[in-house]
Design a protein around this ligand. Structure first.
Ligand code: FES
Length: 110
């Protein structure tokens, strides 16, 4: 298991235990964290946008071009933004800290 801390928009911290192979989106849903993930991981919505703690960002495998393109459309992107459905947790990410952004652009409803 890997510990992942989600910091919610109101600064509440949720400490989650992720099974290796789960995406951050799946972990968030398991803990009732309010990230939409409208397209269920098919990189078509950007509603699973998360801000990775800068100390961790470089330790994640790089984003694919499709992910980068989709992030360009997300609300409030930062230099450490990732799509939660594309980041798969492994033991090496034990201790990861991510922030849930305050808003999303839902392209599927737009
Ligand atoms: S769930 Fe839609 S892009 Fe991640």
């Amino acid at each position: 298991m890997a510990k992942v801390t989600f910091i919610l928009p109101d600064d509440t911290r949720v400490e989650a235990q992720a099974r290796p192979g789960q995406s951050l989106l799946e972990v968030a849903h398991q803990y009732d964290i309010d990230i939409e993930g409208a397209c269920e991981g098919s990189m078509a919505c950007s509603t699973c946008h998360l801000l990775i703690d800068p100390a961790w960002y470089d330790r994640l495998p790089a984003a694919s071009e499709e992910e980068e393109d989709m992030l360009d459309l997300a609300f409030g992107v930062s230099e450490t933004s990732r799509l939660g459905c594309q980041v798969v947790v492994g033991e090496e990410l034990d201790g990861l800290v991510v922030r849930v952004p305050a808003g999303v652009n839902n392209l599927l409803l737009g």
